[in-house]
Design a protein around this ligand. Structure first.
Ligand code: DMJ
Length: 487
């Protein structure tokens, strides 16, 4: 039965129910096919142009400042929850309204990660509260085994940034003390760090590590060298990153896990997300922050290989696929929330056109599922891991693209993302990660990077450029701004 016959039959049955919309469709279905097709195409084009125009419409100054204020309010709400239910702990559990420590003692992850965000958002009272508890309670003189990577990006990074922003020596003393206690982690056969180290004894363990955990400390350790004049920090950190680079494959990619004693690759899948992401980021940013040419050259070699082997264009935008790092053969077409950082780095390195295409893909990943999932398959357009732990990377890329192009679509994208977070993740006590972006079921977790990164990048997207001048500052991977100073 063709459409026209069907409509004719229905006409008799439903004469009295006809709506104007039905009448229009009915009249159109009686047109010759060619005319119908033309009209349909025209309709699609009109709707597309309409949507596009609305998206490329710049936000007025008032809209921008209202959006910035909305983000500041979200930040105040999250901090209020932390203060009320988790004061002194590493983090707030926003559903059960309790505090949570990573180890047997708190290292004040949330106050340290949040401090520079408060400064940039102009939240003086909150900054003073965070500083007070950091200065009175934070100590690293503890017999505790910690994860090197997280302690470095959140705490060493956060404290150094606090020092750069305020000039208060106590922040630097704390950062340098922690940095020294972390140094024994590099005592492996290759000089690449183990994953865990005891802050008192220096005993380290966890030989199977990954490029991100090995190569993400040059910014923090370089800063420590600049400020303490102890060259060991930067030398050690750079050697470790270059040990990974030295073990790249013939097609210039790295694998996902490696043994820091034998130097043998354990997982040979190459991708740009978890376990690798910030290794690439730091090679490039070590050039930006310190002018290190060796790191720049290493980044260029990797970036060329990434764009050649992993970069994939689709009708929804571009993504990075996953391949075996030696053969270049595709392992699967998974992409996720962590991978979304790459346009930001491409903007900094001047590859705007490619960054734009990937951001289009990033935005599709966000809108196709309500909110971005941790991982999705960009070929089947389906979710692999449905969680959303309040990650910043997608908004981070909007921020860099907007700063460099002033194209309003990136503010609009970021606005959609942060407003989704505010409306879908808010709890009475703060903001909660999601177990599932489709069902919106909440997880009892609010990672400190929600303060350090998600809220900061979102705010900066709507704040005047002068709030943080990218010619003078470089963000570490936890979004702690580090001042470029002459070395
Ligand atoms: C942050 O802790 C850092 O950005 C890290 O490099 C990986 N991503 C998380 C937040 O998603």
């Amino acid at each position: 039965m063709d459409c026209r016959t069907m409509v004719k039959r229905n006409k008799d049955q439903k004469k009295n129910e006809r709506s104007p919309c039905f009448t229009i469709i009915h009249l159109h279905l009686q047109l010759p096919k060619a005319v119908l097709m033309k009209r349909l195409t025209l309709l699609v084009v009109v709707v597309f142009i309409g949507l596009n125009n609305c998206f490329s419409q710049p936000l007025s100054r008032r809209e921008q400042s209202l959006q910035a204020e909305k983000i500041r309010e979200a930040c105040r709400h999250a901090w209020h929850g932390y203060k009320t239910y988790a004061w002194g702990y590493d983090a707030l559990k926003p559903v059960s309204k309790t505090g949570y420590n990573w180890y047997k003692r708190s290292f004040l992850m949330t106050p340290v990660d949040a401090f520079d965000t408060f400064i940039l958002l102009g939240m003086k009272k909150e900054a003073a509260e965070a500083k007070k508890i950091i200065f009175s309670e934070l100590s690293f003189d503890l017999d505790v085994e910690v994860q090197f990577f997280e302690m470095n990006i959140r705490l060493v990074g956060g404290l150094l940034s606090a020092y750069d922003l305020t000039g208060e020596k106590r922040f630097l003393e704390l950062a340098a003390d922690l940095g020294r206690r972390l140094l024994p982690v590099f005592n492996s056969a290759t000089g690449m760090p183990y994953r865990y180290v005891n802050l008192k004894t220096g005993k380290s363990r966890g030989a199977v590590s990954n490029p991100a955990e090995i190569g993400t400390c040059m910014l923090e350790f370089g800063k420590l060298t600049q400020y303490t004049k102890d060259s060991l920090f930067f030398k050690t950190a750079k050697k470790a990153a270059l040990e990974v680079f030295r073990r790249r494959s013939d097609i210039d990619l790295v694998g996902t896990t490696i043994d820091v004693n034998t130097g043998e690759w354990k997982n040979t899948e190459s991708q740009i997300g978890a376990c690798i992401d910030s290794y690439y980021e730091y090679l490039f940013k070590t050039w930006l922050l310190f002018g290190d040419k060796e790191c720049k050259a290493a980044w260029e070699i990797h970036n060329k290989a990434i764009l050649k082997r992993l970069y994939t264009e689709t009708i929804h935008g571009s993504y990075f696929t996953r391949v075996d790092f030696r053969s270049g053969r595709e392992t699967n077409s998974w992409y996720g929330a962590l991978d979304a950082f790459y346009p930001g780095i491409l903007v900094l390195s001047g590859e705007i056109a490619t960054a734009r295409k990937i951001q289009q893909g990033n935005f599709h990943m966000w809108t196709a599922f309500n909110l971005e999932p941790e991982t999705f398959d960009f070929i089947t357009d389906s979710i692999v891991e449905p969680a959303y732990p309040l990650r910043p990377e997608n908004i981070e890329s909007c921020f860099y693209l907007y700063r460099s192009t002033k194209d309003p679509q990136y503010q609009r994208m970021g606005q959609r993302m942060i407003n989704d977070i505010i409306s879908k993740c808010r709890t009475h006590a703060g903001f909660a990660a999601l177990k599932n972006v489709v069902t919106l079921e909440k997880e009892d977790s609010m990672e400190s990077f929600f303060f350090a990164e998600t809220l900061k990048y979102a705010y900066l997207l709507f704040a005047p450029d002068s709030t943080l001048d990218l010619k003078k500052w470089v963000f570490n991977t936890e979004a702690h701004p580090m001042k470029i100073v002459k070395w």
